[in-house]
Ligand binder design. Sequence first.
Ligand SMILES: *Cc1c(COP(=O)(O)O)cnc(C)c1O
Length: 388
Amino acid sequence: MSSSGGPAAPERTAIIDAAAIAQNVGTIAEYVRPAKVLAAVKADGYGHGMLTAARAALAGGADWLGTAHVAEALQLRDAGIDAPVLAWLHTRQTDFAAAIAAHIDLGVSGWELTEITAAAQRLQSPARIHLKIDTGLGRNGSTLDQWPALIRQAQWAQEEGLISVVGIFTHLAVADEPDRRDTDQQLETFRAALQTAEDHGIVPDLRHAANTPAALSRPDAHFDMVRVGVGIYGQSPFADRSAESLGLVPAMELRTTLANVKHVPAGQGISYGLTHRVDTPTTLGLVPLGYADGIPRIAVGAPVLIRGRRYHSVGRVAMDQFVVDLGTDTEAQVGDEVTVFGGDSGISAAEWGAAAQTINYEVITRIGARVPREVINESAVQPAEALQ
Ligand SMILES: *Cc1c(COP(=O)(O)O)cnc(C)c1O
């Protein structure tokens, strides 16, 4: 408890700005109109909380929600969210029957179609599917060789009333580097695959290919819908462009307070491995967040903001903590607020990514369960009837 008697600052928190998510969806919708927007809320809403993200995205105008797993999509339904949902990454353990019963659309790359039609047959309820073509990413999706056979199987199942082909989609590999020709080639292959489908009488309502970077940089990839994740959380998908320059507002701020401050002599080693030694007397600040909280262990020289000043991490990140060098003229004290990234700090998750040989996507999605999420501006994105 704080000595002033007010509520104590939480020891560590990820502050999630629901209004920012809604606003980012609106901003992206402007870029892609008249294409629809599917908001990717997989991986616990990229670390922001799946339900928070889903509700904010829908309030901001998202038409669809997207998850990797059917289990994630079912959680949306359990929470009473009845917007269209697409789930696209399945295993033999995936409960297709539950998905069909819950009106969850299913991505189909190949083998799933047989299982899905069998489930639809048992339920006497048609499945809604989106056929996926691999146009170059080499992950999921039908190969070009298998595509005509998959189309024929889908055509048969649709005629039998077992499925409805709602969409055809693909996923891009290098859209974050807008000038690479590989994207042109992927889109060309996608258009050819759509033509093959059309030749077999399959003309879905929703053709979709674009992720966030393509939504923001490739109008020729918009088709009928874009599937955007990182952008709705206010993160730039481009290495050389800030979120701000794209009109996006970061929706996660990671904060804690200094756990210790101490003066040390020149030569003081820091953290496991003693990979860093200070070469002059200095002041060290101890930040109580570590790799168990999702702070990348290999981050070095990563920024934090304390009392309006930037400091940098030194030595290895440990499980629960890391150290920042506060220099000799610091006023920082135990208990001072530390912003790791986001909010008004001017520090982006992308900067942490750069310090840790990774990307902002990984930084935000890995913030761990030990960090409580505090949602702000939630009332701004709630439907009026929920506001009493
Ligand atoms: C995660 C994902 C997206 C969203 O990608 P972003 O780069 O975060 O916009 C889109 N489509 C598929 C298939 C995905 O798995």
